[in-house]
Design a protein around this ligand. Sequence first.
Ligand SMILES: Nc1ncnc2c1ncn2[C@@H]1O[C@H](COP(=O)(O)OP(=O)(O)OP(=O)(O)O)[C@@H](O)[C@H]1O
Length: 264
Amino acid sequence: MTAQSSDIAIEVRQVAKTFGGVREVVALKGVDLTLKQGEFAAVLGASGCGKSTLLSMLAGFEKASSGTMTAFGHPIQKPDPERAVVFQEAALFPWLNVWENVVFSLKNRSIPKARYEAKARQLLEAVGLGAFHHHHPDQLSGGMKQRVGIARALLMEPKVLLMDEPFGALDAQTRLEMQELLLDVWGRDRRTVMFITHDIEEAIFLSDVVYVMTARPGTMKARIEVPLGRPRHVDMLTTPEFSELRREIMALIREEVAAARAAA
Ligand SMILES: Nc1ncnc2c1ncn2[C@@H]1O[C@H](COP(=O)(O)OP(=O)(O)OP(=O)(O)O)[C@@H](O)[C@H]1O
């Protein structure tokens, strides 16, 4: 089924990215990607295939060398609050407490407190940090810092959340908790999400659709719809359906890792 243009959040057409320098690097070539509004899409691919480069271009931090990228029908040319980014490290200000970190951007833009206070409280509650407003980052675990980062991004009410391996630095148990928390928070208003990860299970568990990239120069190798219902439960990780999908995606990625090794 093709999406109506009004349903489309992000559209990437034939995008290429070459980094100049002493040795030119063709990071991406002929990338096509469509994210429908409210869709949760994961992007998987071998290390160095250009996942972060793609996300960075969608955030407006980097320009494409060729091709087009649009968000809600308009060209992506620079960062915009409609597209929030969550990185592997939450990059919190160490001298500010949790509350101050979460509201920093809005306060900085002189937005009156009355406009965001209730929402900020609700988000901190939703990410399990209702009792930690006055804690400073050095008093928080890695998972708690990431929750602050997620609350901070969502407070901007972005239409699109761009997440670059947000749970990559967390231990397995915390990671699973964060995945469930993200699904819970996402399920409340279903913003469009692009989620980069190296973890096949994480990609399947969270997403409506999984994109698998080729080795560098990265392009889309496969688009796989995840046939699991929502809400998702950890029990789904052990179903035959889940295992079959994991096997299929693992085989696609292995081909690309082998191609990358051969090219090196
Ligand atoms: N600013 C830059 N200048 C030059 N080359 C770059 C730059 N940023 C990325 N690259 C190169 O582009 C390629 C893609 O990098 P990118 O970080 O997007 O890959 P990735 O798929 O996110 O990797 P990983 O999974 O290891 O994080 C790599 O070869 C990288 O070295």
